[in-house]
Design a protein around this ligand. Structure first.
Ligand SMILES: Cc1cc2nc3c(=O)[nH]c(=O)nc-3n(C[C@H](O)[C@H](O)[C@H](O)COP(=O)(O)O)c2cc1C
Length: 178
């Protein structure tokens, strides 16, 4: 699969087959994530991989019931908790770049997973303190997102996107890029 196919074909997945993910594939997606660019190349990201059922129930409790991806947290064969150490990134113009660094790594991870036939779903709507308690994540570390990882058991249609002209401008702010 080439890069353009990976970008256009990726979907957020919430139903996974009850099939374990091969450890070599988990390692491969993590290796692709850590190739992302970052503030001063400080690589503030950290990944916590969960393949045992142990803390799952506690983890799922940290998500609101109306979060559409909640069920996958309890049932997917693998969960990756994507964290950051903000001390290993920078702040400029009020922008905390640990979020950007980690989001880039997260997206690399999702695209690489798709390239291997695996599904992901970035989840950010959770109680961070409850996640940290459930997983014993140290004080200064931030939880930027969480994704289930597994073989998709659904093929969702693409979700809509704004038109290019609504989000890209030519020469002057507001002049649609055609
Ligand atoms: C920062 C971020 C947070 C998200 N949080 C959640 C979430 O908590 N629960 C969920 O079901 N989906 C979540 N999503 C998935 C989005 O809903 C999904 O990416 C969007 O609807 C577009 O669909 P697609 O990924 O299939 O293109 C999140 C995505 C991003 C980028």
């Amino acid at each position: 699969m080439d890069l353009f196919q990976a970008i256009t074909g990726r979907r957020s997945i919430r139903k996974f087959k009850p099939v374990p993910v091969e450890p070599a594939k988990i390692k491969q997606v993590l290796n692709m994530a850590r190739l992302a660019p970052s503030w001063k190349n400080l690589q503030c990201w950290r990944f916590l991989v969960l393949t045992h059922p142990g803390p799952r129930a506690l983890l799922a409790e940290a998500f609101p019931d109306d979060n559409p991806g909640k069920k996958a947290i309890a049932s997917a064969p693998c969960i990756i908790v994507v964290c950051a150490d903000p001390a290993e990134s920078g702040v400029e113009n009020g922008i905390e770049y640990f979020v950007a660094d980690t989001a880039l790594a997260f997206d690399h991870l999702c695209l690489a997973a798709h390239g291997l036939g695996l599904g992901t779903r970035w989840m950010g709507w959770f109680n961070e303190e409850a996640i940290k308690r459930a997983l014993d994540i140290p004080e200064g570390i931030r939880v930027v997102g969480i994704t289930p990882l597994g073989y998709p058991d659904q093929s969702p249609n693409p979700r809509p996107r704004k038109e290019l002209a609504q989000v890209a401008f030519s020469e002057k702010w507001g002049a649609p890029y055609q």
